[in-house]
Write a protein that binds this ligand. Structure first.
Ligand code: GLU
Length: 447
């Protein structure tokens, strides 16, 4: 494989699809050396096939807002790769959603899902619908209109969507209600992240954040460090940040910053249980303002407008919001303030310059596809429970999540250990995921 040649072709074919091209470049650069030791991959053109989604569905979504005005958005489902199982991945509702964004997310999902040890292919979907400022009724009407088109593309053994940015338990509920009405199929396994009384797995809402902290614990342990007493900054205040803040606090760390698009909340004494609970209220309000936390908890929490979480001095940074949210300048600011570890919880949360800065300056770094895989892994556990028509208790799910995150860490160490004994987690995660998908594709022939 010649990475530069493949990337040049993709750039010419998909001009302006920057997130997608960035995600492909990161993976190809990591795997090139290993790939070239396998002439059978080259002969079967595995890489050329793997960077293209299997198919993309695009559809119009028309709905009526609270003022009676007709609104139109675009919906998508990118079925990226089914080599190791049915298509699996979340739905993102955000005003910036484009085919490029969903292709990057579907591509990443393919390798992430391979790392989980569970048989799931990769997919992603969503819409440019902006939930900010929308009423509950508007969210419901949009979800119903979206499912009116999506239902024909999905199924419990075919393609299983879940949540992502802008899609949580409430949205999955509205989507599932409409799916049943249209498909007349009552198999709960068609979506994951459901409510716990109608097929949802216990701990699924917490799983991405909990898994990220379990991974961080393994990474710190390998580096001879302990999470207890460490200061953590995290970005966002949605479902992922909520789970991460909960587990970090439980493990004895101190979350001193959370952020939103409007600025950062500095919490010098560490986030409290009441504040963590309030994150859920803030998410449900659709206001998208972290300042609300400082208004609710004056004194304990100071809001600084226009600043990122990365401006607060901490030991560990956990990006939990959106792709490319941490730049090279942010990485330098974090390091200058004493930060020595960054575990990416959002998908592709760090810009390439930030990753290189961390890696070249001895700052521990692990990529989203390894760190945040606990979310989709627990979706996989939800699918198993649905298929067996049973539900496991919290201990059983948590034990399995623990085991999966430990195994993902081990795979990173196996494929990413450098000559000096330190671990390149980016390389390790990419090679481990890639080898599994590539081998499955090869064994299934030229299709
Ligand atoms: N959206 C999540 C992710 O990026 C979860 C996907 C799922 O549970 O299918 O992995």
């Amino acid at each position: 494989m010649n990475t530069n040649e493949i990337l040049a072709k993709l750039r010419a074919k998909y001009p302006g699809e920057n997130e997608y091209l960035q995600a492909v470049q990161e993976v190809l650069e990591s795997v090139e050396e290993v790939y070239n030791q396998h002439p059978e991959f080259e002969k079967a053109k595995i890489v050329e096939r793997m960077v293209e989604p299997d198919r993309i569905f695009t559809f119009r979504v028309t709905w009526v807002d609270d003022q009676g005005q007709v609104q139109t958005n675009t919906g998508y489902r990118v079925q990226f790769n089914s080599a190791i199982g049915p298509y699996k991945g979340g739905l993102r509702f955000h005003k910036a959603v484009t085919p490029s964004m969903l292709k990057f997310l579907g591509f990443e999902q393919t390798f992430k899902n391979a790392l989980t040890t569970l048989p799931m292919g990769g997919a992603k979907g969503g819409s440019d619908f902006d939930p900010v400022g929308k009423s509950n009724d508007e969210i419901m009407r949009f979800c119903q209109a979206f499912m009116l088109e999506l239902w024909q593309c999905i199924g419990p053994d075919q393609d299983i969507p879940a949540g992502d940015v802008g899609v949580g338990g409430r949205e999955i509920g509205y989507l599932y209600g409409m799916y049943k009405k249209l498909a007349r199929q009552y198999n709960t396994g068609v979506l994951t992240g459901k409510g716990s009384t109608w097929g949802g797995s216990i701990l699924r809402p917490e799983a991405t954040g909990f898994g990220a902290l379990y991974f961080t614990q393994h990474l710190l342990e390998k580096a001879g460090k302990d999470i207890k007493g460490k200061k953590i900054a995290l970005s966002g205040f949605g479902n992922v940040a909520w789970g991460a803040a909960t587990k970090a606090t439980e493990l004895g760390a101190k979350v001193v910053a959370i952020s939103g698009p409007d600025g950062v909340c500095h919490i010098p004494g560490g986030i409290t249980k009441e504040m963590i609970d309030y994150m859920l209220v803030m998410r449900a309000s659709n206001r998208n303002k972290v300042e609300d936390m400082a208004v609710k908890f004056p004194g304990a929490c100071e809001f600084v407008a226009g600043k990122k979480a990365w401006s607060i001095p901490v030991d560990i940074a956990l990006p939990c919001a959106f792709q490319n949210e941490l730049s090279e300048d942010d990485a330098k600011e974090l390091a200058a303030n004493g930060c020595w570890c960054c575990c990416e919880v959002s998908n592709m949360g760090c810009q390439p310059g930030a990753i290189h800065y961390f890696q070249n300056n001895g700052i521990l770094f692990a990529p989203g596809k390894a760190v945040n895989a606990g979310g989709v892994a627990t979706s996989g556990l939800e699918m198993t429970q649905n298929a067996e028509h049973i539900s496991w208790d919290a201990k059983e799910v948590d034990d399995k999540l623990h085991f999966i995150m430990k195994s993902i860490h081990e795979q990173c160490v196996k494929f990413g250990t450098r000559a000096d004994g330190s671990v390149d987690y980016v390389k390790g995660a990419n090679i481990a995921g890639f080898m599994k998908v590539a081998t499955a594709m090869l064994e299934q022939g030229t299709v």
